[in-house]
Design a protein around this ligand. Structure first.
Ligand code: ARG
Length: 388
């Protein structure tokens, strides 16, 4: 009895994997595992219905809290962003892969499988985690080099029906929604309004102002109401989306080195990342900010590449957590016509001091001594250049 556990989304790629694992790879038992990281309820229901028909058993893991508290919150602390891409799919993949591995261990499976193609980043992210175990790794779509058209034909032959209105390849979790493929493959073509689900094209006339509470770098309340992390993100997605906040249309450098056109929606992420970066500027020193900027960038690259099992990742998180001890306070954000603008911030740890403000009559003359030494070398060089 050969047993394989498949990371299953319910989409075309992973659905064709089920008969392939039986017919082409000779597995007797295929266990489909869907990890709930906040994708729409109807997607989960569709995955269940399809898996119950195609596979031998179906496991649904609710990982929403795990995702928010152990992946999204560290991401907020790290200002996680890659080339302007709010890391969404990238941050969820290792979590999904880890849950799939856990099921494989429990079931005593011989292999784990995913439905990624050989073109994107996701294959690397799944592989990286799967290869931490000694189980056999199978990626049928990549190994057989299937095109989407071939998959559709194979699916039809196996009675797997897909609505033809599924134009784009969409990946959705509680933090972001990514849309790619079809006409969006042409970077010059603007995405049709129907590609968007979370963000409104027409925003209301009256803005909303939110007071977001942070504790040790993570959001804990909205308008003085303490919220659970999952609910907080869902609420911000709803209200931010209503104001048309959080759309990205960009060209991105994939891990394999080629450029891809990507379209995203992420209202809560836009609001929280802007607010977090802002309060950091109030409470962290110039030295901390400058150094953390490099740390954040490396953190984000590791996540994008799917290398979160690298010991460096833990080390960076330790540094980041240390800096977040003082990232506590409130940020006021105005949501207005597609823009989330920080309009105020406060913290008991603010490094802002009134003594140097414009309105206070202080000892201005003491700055003169500092000024004499300020840029001494640059000044000397400039003067000598002029002379010769
Ligand atoms: N470009 C993003 C990444 O590599 C998102 C990929 C999303 N996948 C999708 N099927 N829409 O993380």
């Amino acid at each position: 009895m050969k047993k394989v556990v498949l990371a299953y989304s319910g989409g075309l790629d992973t659905s064709v994997c089920i008969p392939l694992l039986r017919e082409h790879y000779g597995y007797d038992e295929v266990i489909a595992v869907t990890v709930d990281v906040g994708q729409p309820e109807e997607d989960l229901m569709e995955a269940r219905a399809r898996a119950e028909k195609l596979s031998d058993s179906f496991v649904l893991v609710d990982a929403k809290r795990d995702f928010v508290y152990n992946y999204i919150f560290p991401l907020i602390k790290a200002n996680g962003m890659y080339e302007g891409y709010v890391l969404g799919t990238a941050i969820a993949r290792p979590l999904i892969a880890r849950h799939v591995l856990a099921v494989a261990d429990r079931e005593g499976a011989d292999a784990v499988a995913h439905g990624c193609t050989g073109k994107g980043n996701d294959q690397l992210r799944f592989d990286a985690v799967f290869r931490t175990s000694s189980l056999k790794l199978i990626a049928p779509v990549r190994e057989l080099g299937l095109t989407r058209e071939e998959e559709k034909r194979y699916a039809a032959e196996h009675g797997i029906a897909f609505e033809s209105d599924k134009r784009w390849s969409v990946d959705e979790n509680i933090w972001s929604r990514s849309i790619e493929g079809s006409e969006l493959e042409d970077p010059g073509v603007s995405p049709p309004e129907s590609a968007f689900r979370w963000t409104a094209a027409i925003a209301p006339d009256t803005p909303d102002i939110l007071k977001i509470g942070f504790e040790h770098g993570v959001p804990v309340s909205i308008n003085d109401e303490v919220r659970d992390g999952v609910a907080l993100i869902k609420d911000l997605n709803a209200i931010g989306g209503k104001h048309g906040i959080g759309r990205t249309d960009m060209i991105e450098d994939r891990v394999l080195g080629y450029k891809a056109r990507e379209v995203y929606e992420h209202p809560a992420a836009t609001i929280l990342l802007d607010a977090h970066r802002d309060i950091e500027r109030l409470v962290l020193t110039r030295n901390e900010l400058r150094f953390k900027d490099m740390v954040d960038r490396t953190w984000s690259e590791l996540v994008y590449q799917g290398l979160v099992m690298d010991p460096l990742f833990d080390a960076l998180n330790a540094f980041i957590d240390k800096t977040q001890e003082r990232v506590t306070g409130y940020v006021y954000v105005k949501l207005d016509k597609g823009v989330a603008r920080v309009i105020g911030r406060e913290s008991p740890y603010a490094l802002y001091t009134k003594e140097v403000s414009f309105d206070v009559k202080g000892e201005q003359s003491i700055a003169e001594g500092y000024s004499m030494y300020h840029g001494l070398q640059s000044r000397l060089a400039a003067m000598k250049r002029r002379r010769y």
